[in-house]
Design a binder for this molecule. Structure first.
Ligand code: SF4
Length: 480
């Protein structure tokens, strides 16, 4: 038995490291020993795994995860993958959040006497999926197990779990299963390659991982779709819940996904260039009105570089890098508490004084979430002689919490909540902030089927439990 699948999962996780830096893990199923093998720990992918650990992960299917905590704590207890013994043996990873997690948890305890042992909503999803797979009287055995069992279980999951989630699992002795929430809020893509006439499959949050591993990107897993890859590598899939409107998270294009990735065959890099074009239109109007007079366009590295190129083109101004990122410091927004974030901002950007001193700078960033990064950056630029700074943001103001897997937990932590753009400009210390609006975003991304709930409060699923969810999540995060 080989660890080749685990090694591919490891390399895939390295390519997806930007999606989460708290912890990493890989799970395989060894068909000879009929046992799961798992390695997971806190830290970056390269810190968690070494050659020996990967060699211990035998099996020709593997699932892996990089954690960015949006539910549960920062400790080891909540790291993915997670495994349960019944039915068959079920190990899973997921990206996203179950908004009704606390209700599911209570129901599991009261109705089924299932005791959850972690604070991660994935554990509840595993219990429910296992429960639905057993399907009462028609309990599948190793011999009677079919794709119909999977479809039925997924259909019940879609009825039961409210939220944004893309889930991938191994069923011991049966194969690999995956499903994506009915609105398609969280991303999931499918790729394949052939080696010696054998089909190999890759499922990932982003195409960047499959490109790196030599797979061809085929398509996105559809909202409400479930698939199953059996032990002979046969792929079956079905859409078991079709919603009239999909609602893909706009923040994937704006910030989260790697620029090298594609979503629904639309490149993230291309979308970010167009976000810059839209911002360029707005900045041109402000220049013509005499509101701003920048000398240079400067990105906040790294995500905003692409858009800043388009802004500079549109304004016919030089594009200059005035801030260099220390590549060994984690992305500040997705670090899981304010203390870590503030520390990271200080460490991660160093100024090129010759490009800053005496300049009127049009600084481009992807978003203002808590405002931490913006305030410190502006003070850094001023400290090194910037004359006047305008801030251009490639998305609209983030004013409302996200319940679908991005850590915008509480309105009052969001700088734009209950503040005008002018008030924000004053707080941050810039002459003006130019934001994109919702329509700019739709045009740049090329679709109207987006979730923008953190911008416009139009949540794509029912959010009656949101208050309870936000309160409980805050308690859990504070407890670590
Ligand atoms: S609320 Fe915002 S961050 Fe959350 S899924 Fe929707 S668009 Fe993405």
């Amino acid at each position: 038995m080989s660890s080749a699948a685990a090694y591919e999962a490891y390399r895939g996780l390295l390519a997806l490291q930007h999606r989460g830096q708290d912890a990493a893990g890989i799970l395989t199923y060894d068909t000879f020993t009929k046992m799961f093998a798992m390695e997971k720990d806190l830290g970056l992918v390269a810190q968690v795994f070494d050659q020996k650990k990967i060699e211990n992960l035998n099996g020709f299917m593997a699932i892996g995860h990089t954690r960015y905590a949006t539910a549960g704590g920062d400790g080891k207890r909540d790291i993915q993958p997670m495994v349960e013994g019944i039915p068959f043996g079920l190990g899973m990873v997921h990206n996203g959040n179950a908004l009704n997690y606390y209700q599911l948890k209570a129901e599991l305890s009261e109705k089924f006497r299932h005791q959850l042992l972690t604070g991660n909503d994935l554990e509840a999803l595993i219990h429910y999926f296992g429960h639905f797979l057993m399907n009462g009287d028609a309990l599948p055995t190793e011999n009677t197990f079919t794709f119909d069992n999977i479809k039925q279980a997924a259909a019940k999951m879609f009825e039961t779990v409210n939220g944004g989630y893309a889930v991938l699992g191994l069923i011991a002795g049966q194969g690999m299963v995956g499903f994506r929430d009915p609105k398609g809020i969280r991303p999931m893509v499918l790729g394949a390659k052939e080696i010696d006439g054998e089909k190999h499959w890759c499922i990932s949050s982003e195409t960047i991982a499959m490109t790196y591993l030599g797979y061809t990107y085929i398509r996105d897993i559809e909202p409400g779709e479930v698939f199953f890859i059996d032990m002979d590598s046969n792929f079956q899939s079905a859409i078991v819940k079709k919603e009239p409107e999909r609602a893909h998270c706009m923040f994937e294009w704006v910030y989260f996904s790697g620029a090298e990735s594609a979503i629904d065959h639309q490149t993230v890099y291309g979308a970010r260039l167009k976000l810059g074009v839209q911002l360029g239109h707005k900045a041109t109007a402000a220049m013509r009105a005499g509101e701003i007079a920048p000398d240079v366009v400067m990105p906040v590295p790294d995500t905003s570089r692409t858009a800043a190129i388009s802004v500079a083109d549109a304004l016919k101004l030089p594009y200059r890098e005035g801030l260099i990122k220390n590549r060994y410091v984690a992305r500040s927004f997705i670090l899981s508490n304010q203390d870590k974030r503030e520390h990271a901002v200080e460490l991660k950007l160093s100024p090129i004084v010759s490009e800053i001193a005496g300049k009127n700078i049009f600084l481009i960033d992807d978003s203002i979430v808590r405002g931490t990064t913006s305030i410190r950056l502006i003070s850094l630029l001023k400290k090194h002689g910037a004359k006047e700074i305008t801030l251009g943001i490639t998305c609209p103001p983030i004013r409302y919490p996200c319940f679908y897997g991005v850590d915008f937990p509480d309105s009052k932590d969001l700088m734009a909540h209950n503040k005008t753009v002018e008030e924000m400009a004053e707080m941050i210390g810039v002459k003006k902030i130019i934001y994109l609006d919702e329509e700019d975003l739709r045009q740049a991304i090329g679709t109207t089927k987006l979730c923008m709930a953190c911008v416009n409060k139009k949540y794509p699923t029912v959010v009656t439990e949101a208050e309870n969810y936000a309160r409980e999540r805050k308690k859990a995060r504070a407890a670590g």
